[in-house]
Write a protein that binds this ligand. Structure first.
Ligand code: SAH
Ligand code: AVI
Length: 314
């Protein structure tokens, strides 16, 4: 069964305008990747997950299937499973089958994706108590978790943690330490930059459409007049910080309005729209330790592309 989604207070979901105006007013323009995920953005991300070049989803599914028994022993059966950034809850199905949780609490900022996923899961697992929460995990969240913290496991797959800066990731982990005794975190691994480059520059242009959809969303929801033909998707691996950077590059000198605000762009100037940090196993375990977690286990796929960390609150 899946009830009506819990919603966090309206303020959390109404800051889109303020954040866009603030981000486009910076000397180096930037927008938070959390705004990619309107209904269209969530659908585009689902297409990305099925692309030949986007190895992350396949690698994480493969490693979860092959280590499912050990992952189940680590997370524990019949407790509460909280999932952050659950999207279409693709990988969660494997865990729900194995863990048989008493309750599943998927948390996502994208209401449409969350509700559609909860409805599908309710058909597949009719006896599971599904409590969807529409909310932003970059802010403090109150979750409807019943029972003891020790019987709650938090699942954060997909390397969504890589979309946070290391400082934000540490703060996020520290916040979840108060919610659960154990965490499972999917983290993309450092690798050949050519493989990374292809994953964020797919031949069909789906990642480009995903990036540009942010401007379409600003036009629709905030009264913007971005001309999508005058911006280009640009993604590259920056080895210093160890991250893929996604940008939208202005192809001309131009002025864009968002409601009553006007923003000038030079030719070649970019809006930085996403970071996707890649970590070695040790780098991520060090980060988790700073947030008060012990990296108890780390599973990888056979090709060593992706990792799933089992963290225990220390
Ligand atoms: N877990 C899925 C989806 C990953 S895509 C997978 O592994 O394939 C990232 C998901 O996190 C999207 O569904 C997006 O809507 C959600 N998301 C991104 N930023 C968020 C935030 N700040 N708060 C809540 N959800 C967020
Ligand atoms: C959700 N997140 C982990 C994806 C990533 O790989 O950083 C988002 C994405 N951006 C471009 N392609 C996919």
């Amino acid at each position: 069964m899946a009830g009506e989604p819990h919603r966090q207070p309206a303020k959390q979901l109404s800051s889109f305008r303020e954040d866009v105006v603030a981000g486009l007013s910076l000397p180096r323009k930037s927008l938070s990747p959390k705004y990619f995920y309107d209904a269209a953005g969530s659908r585009l991300f689902e297409r990305i997950c099925r692309l030949r070049e986007y190895y992350l989803t396949r690698a994480e599914l493969a490693l979860t299937r092959s280590h499912l028994a050990a992952i189940t022993r680590f997370a524990g059966r019949r407790g509460t499973l909280v999932e952050y950034g659950s999207g279409e809850s693709l990988k969660s199905r494997l865990l729900i089958h194995a863990l048989r949780p008493a309750a599943y609490i998927p948390v996502d900022i994208s209401q449409e994706a969350l509700q559609a996923a909860a409805r599908r899961l309710a058909r597949e697992f009719p006896r599971l108590d599904i409590v969807p929460v529409v909310g932003d995990f970059s802010r403090p969240l109150t979750l409807p978790v019943k029972g003891r913290r020790s019987s709650c496991a938090v699942y954060f797959p997909g390397s969504t943690i890589g979309n946070l800066t290391p400082g934000e990731a540490q703060a996020f982990l520290a916040m979840t330490r108060g919610q659960a005794g154990r965490m499972l975190v999917g983290v993309d691994l450092k690798k050949d930059a050519n493989i990374l480059h292809a994953a964020y520059n797919d031949a069909k242009g789906v990642t480009a459409a995903f990036n540009l959809n942010l401007l379409r969303r600003i036009n629709r929801e905030l009264g913007g007049d971005f001309d999508l033909r005058r911006f280009a998707h640009y993604a590259f691996y920056n080895p210093g910080p160890g991250r893929i950077e996604m940008h939208l590059v202005s192809l001309a000198r131009q002025t864009v309005s968002v409601g009553k605000h006007r923003f000038g762009f030079g030719a070649g100037e970019s809006i930085h729209t996403e970071n996707s940090y890649k970590y070695s196993i040790d780098e991520f375990q060090d980060l988790a330790a700073k947030a008060g977690f012990r990296g108890a286990r780390a599973w990888t796929d056979r090709r060593g592309l992706f990792s799933l960390h089992g963290l225990v609150a220390g």
